[in-house]
Design a protein around this ligand. Structure first.
Ligand SMILES: NC(=O)c1ccc[n+]([C@@H]2O[C@H](COP(=O)([O-])OP(=O)(O)OC[C@H]3O[C@@H](n4cnc5c(N)ncnc54)[C@H](O)[C@@H]3O)[C@@H](O)[C@H]2O)c1
Length: 358
């Protein structure tokens, strides 16, 4: 991969599965990025990944990596409860940050980080890489220009019982280490929380990206055996009707997508399991033209596209359509609202959510 002269020197914090499946390769492939450093408390993992991907520096201590003056930016690829603190440390060390989704688990800490980022003038982005799926980008462009007023948005995200059988065929098995840093509480100890953070954050970000901010949610959770199914009657700030469905796990193939009804057209999107790196199948119908349109775009390494846009913004000042801090905070509020709504059985307005830990 030929690299540009104007290049961002990136360090990846965490050499676990998401770094191995997505970010290290994204650093290799994005033309305006150099994988300058990797850091993992697990020295064996850090050395293995650093050597394989040709990082100039290998660290086991995050503070030492941040003190390196040649480092421009950090990708935070650690477990969810570590995101906010790792991002804050990077901002205080004057490094730009791309943090994995969800932005964090504590709303007040996320808001405080937001204030620090604003003060710093640094660039911070949340890793909702679906915003860089060429199919979803085509939907966004159509909605902006040709859909008219959004009347309704339906979004669904259903993980599949067959998912790991399928991804095991396409992904290499991740390298692991017995000395990796793990949160004190196993994130999978509470599956209701875990599924919302892991999957609900994507469902919400895609909905907000395409249909705008959410004002209120009335959520119901049905549990049956090992299945968790949230149906969420959602109202967008625009007044559009919304319905969101998060189900883990359906007895069928991966089932994710969206449907918008507008006054001038409609959009129907099928999103594939991300690890197929396949552009979503998005069909846009324009009432004016009386035609359906669909893009075919194979540049579907969402993580590379995301990182390239992140680097471009820092190097040239160009804005990008990635998920910013406000988007990350809005997702945390929405997830807290969903939980509150399930517990209380009531509609919850997001602007009433001021604090909470997921
Ligand atoms: N975008 C997506 O679709 C997607 C998919 C899967 C996972 N994720 C996200 O990726 C994140 C990471 O997932 P994972 O499964 O790779 O996590 P993991 O916990 O298995 O691996 C993280 C690694 O980071 C290291 N680490 C953590 N804190 C450190 C510190 N302070 N200093 C040095 N090393 C440190 C650990 O030792 C570990 O090896 C999660 O937030 C998850 O939600 C995103």
């Amino acid at each position: 991969m030929e690299k540009t002269d104007n290049i961002l020197q990136v360090g990846v914090l965490g050499c676990g599965p998401i770094a191995q499946f997505a970010h290290l390769e994204a650093c290799q492939k994005a033309p305006n990025v150099k994988l300058y450093a990797v850091c993992d408390q697990a020295e064996n993992l850090a050395k293995k990944m650093g050597n394989f991907y040709g990082a100039e520096k290998v660290y086991t201590d995050y503070g030492e990596m941040l003190a390196d003056p040649s480092l421009d930016a950090v990708i935070v690829a650690t477990s969810d409860p570590f995101h906010l603190n790792a991002a804050l440390q990077a901002i205080l060390a004057r490094k730009h940050v791309l943090v994995e989704k969800p932005l964090g688990t504590d709303l007040e800490e996320a808001i405080a980080l937001g204030e620090e980022v604003t003060r710093s003038g640094l660039h911070m982005q949340v890793g909702h890489m679906k915003r860089f799926d060429p199919g979803i980008v085509s939907a966004k462009q159509f909605i902006r220009k040709d859909l008219g007023t959004i009347v309704a948005y339906k979004g669904w995200y259903a993980d599949s019982t067959h998912r790991y059988d399928m991804t095991d065929s396409t992904q290499p098995l991740p390298h692991t280490s017995t000395i990796s840093k793990k949160p004190s509480i196993d994130p999978k100890a509470d599956l209701e929380k875990y599924y919302m953070l892991a999957h609900g954050s994507h469902l919400l970000d895609t909905a907000r990206f395409l249909a705008g901010p959410i004002s209120s949610i009335h959520a119901r959770l049905k549990r049956e055996g090992d299945m968790y199914c949230w149906f969420m009657d959602t109202v967008f700030e625009s007044g559009a009707n919304g319905h969101l469905d998060l189900t883990v796990a359906v007895r069928m193939d991966w089932h994710e997508g969206f449907h918008l009804y507008g006054t001038e057209g409609s959009v129907l999107g099928k999103i594939y399991n991300p690890w197929y790196f396949k552009t979503s199948e998005v069909t846009c119908f324009s009432a004016k033209q009386g035609e359906y349109r669909q893009v075919l775009d194979n540049k579907a390494h969402f993580f590379k596209n995301q990182l390239g846009a992140f680097a471009q913004s820092i190097l040239t000042g160009d804005p990008n359509h990635g998920s910013n801090l406000d988007d990350g905070i809005a997702s945390i509020k929405a997830m807290l609202a969903i939980h509150k709504s399930v517990v209380k059985g009531e509609r919850i307005w997001l602007d009433t959510i001021k604090q909470g830990v997921l």
